[in-house]
Design a protein around this ligand. Structure first.
Ligand code: B12
Ligand code: SF4
Ligand code: SF4
Length: 361
């Protein structure tokens, strides 16, 4: 039950100052949506989970009820302030595709962890809001809670969900991190964005693992982002070659979107500037990382959360795809790794590299 006593009607003046404050804090997009349930959104989520598209991300299923709508997570919520922060890259994310002795880390993970950066700014904005409206209550979310950030962003008018399922902003393209503030304030909703994909299907055609069963629907189990970040254990063999030199996430469906021509790196938050050593790291160096070295290199980076073993597993698939006979030594050493998944990935890579060695002799 929603408690009507908690509702506060916001003035138009405050709504426009909210948007100014969001921009001053580094957000590139800000809009408002109702916290009420949208039955179509909830039904699609349920259908998606029913198809098993979430793979091993069981938390999506167990928190389905809370995810369906803001009010099912927090009944007192009246409005959602949806926010986007740009991480537009200054260089073409696909440029390293053929640099096979180097690893590709997706753009979003080359700088500081966005969870920390976005959350800090969301908290500052929420604090500001409660100072303006002392009776208001707020909760901030970025990624970690059962919140449908993309559909809410679309309802709040900051972009539309493209055929690759991510939010596309007419001004910032696909390079936006999303966050949300739920509030008891009754804010006037923004106009939702209209789908502007038209007949384009560039993202669907670009996907190396055919992860879209249909436009606007992703099968996470086939997505390289899922396989390299979320998936524990060995990556199924059918996907290993398609990983190429991608060792953490994938940018392909985003990078080909024509709306990115409006995205400017100058709008990206400073914290998302790539760390020089993560732009084109050499596989030979990454394969040598032990636990302590991994933690040192990836402190403050989102990559830290997958741990050394899963990370080295990914580097081994990339090494197997590299055709670089110089990697045979480090790969052979890893066939003796105490972690069984790492050792098996090393055997797989070795089997692919050894013919290259013979050819080089
Ligand atoms: C789980 C998850 C993943 C999974 C699943 C991806 C997915 N698309 O859901 C995996 C691990 C694969 C993943 C990958 C990536 N992710 Co992710 N991920 C999430 C997370 C935690 C939940 C998303 C979710 O709820 N998915 C469930 C499905 C059902 O939701 P959905 O895609 O919105 O599904 C809708 C459509 O399919 C639609 N629909 C269904 N049928 C039809 C039919 C028609 C005709 C239409 C119009 C629509 C439609 O209805 C569904 C329900 O609304 C969010 C954070 C959050 N809390 O929201 C980040 C989030 C979506 N991820 C993000 C990012 C950046 C990525 C990557 C780019 C990272 C990378 N570079 O490797 C990739 C992109 C891959 C891709 N093409 O989506 C950003 C996206 C920002 C943006 N601009 O949209 C988010 C919002 C994180 C953040 N806070 O910024 N991610
Ligand atoms: S992130 Fe890569 S693998 Fe995942 S859907 Fe997009 S193009 Fe396909
Ligand atoms: S690449 Fe084309 S189809 Fe895909 S999201 Fe962008 S505009 Fe839409």
């Amino acid at each position: 039950m929603v408690n009507p006593a908690l509702t506060i009607k916001i003035s138009d003046d405050l709504a426009s100052r909210l948007s100014d404050k969001a921009r001053a804090l580094g957000f590139s997009a800000c809009g408002v949506a109702s916290a009420r349930e949208d039955p179509v959104r909830g039904a699609r989520l349920e259908e998606w989970l029913g198809e098993g598209h979430h793979g091993s991300m069981e938390w999506m299923e167990t928190r389905l009820h809370h995810r369906r709508s803001p009010q099912s997570l927090w009944p007192e919520a009246r409005s959602v302030i949806a926010l986007g922060m740009s991480y537009a890259p200054g260089r073409d994310p696909l440029a390293l595709e053929n640099a096979r002795s180097h690893a590709r880390i997706s753009v979003y993970a080359q700088g500081k962890d966005y969870h920390d950066v976005v959350k800090k700014r969301l908290k500052a904005l929420a604090r500001w809001l409660t100072e303006q409206e002392p009776g208001a209550e707020v909760k901030v979310f970025v990624d970690t809670a059962p919140v449908m950030e993309k559909p809410l962003g679309e309802a709040a008018g900051i972009g539309w969900q493209g055929k690759h399922t991510n939010l596309v902003s007419p001004e910032h393209g696909s390079w936006l991190f999303l966050g949300a503030i739920y509030t008891t304030l009754d804010l006037a909703p923004s106009d939702p964005q209209r789908d502007q994909c038209g007949t384009c299907r560039a993202c669907l055609d670009a996907c190396p693992t055919d992860a879209f069963p249909s436009p606007y629907v992703i099968d996470a189990r086939r997505c390289i982002s899922y396989l390299t970040i979320e998936h524990k254990g060995a990556v199924p063999e059918e996907f290993r070659i398609a990983l190429g030199n991608r060792i953490y996430g994938c940018d392909d469906c985003l990078a080909v979107c024509p709306w990115n021509k409006f995205a400017q790196a100058a709008h990206a938050a400073r914290e998302f500037m790539p760390r020089a050593e993560l732009v084109a790291p050499r596989l030979a160096e990454l394969l040598a990382l032990g636990d302590a070295g991994f933690r040192r290199v990836f402190s403050g980076s989102p990559i830290k959360r997958i741990g050394r073993n899963r990370f080295v597993r990914n580097c081994l698939y990339a090494a197997g795809n590299s055709g670089d006979a110089a990697l045979i030594g480090p790969v052979r050493t890893l066939t003796q790794d105490p972690d069984a998944v790492v050792a098996e990935a090393a055997e797989w890579a070795l089997a692919r590299l050894e013919p290259n060695l013979r050819a080089a002799l």
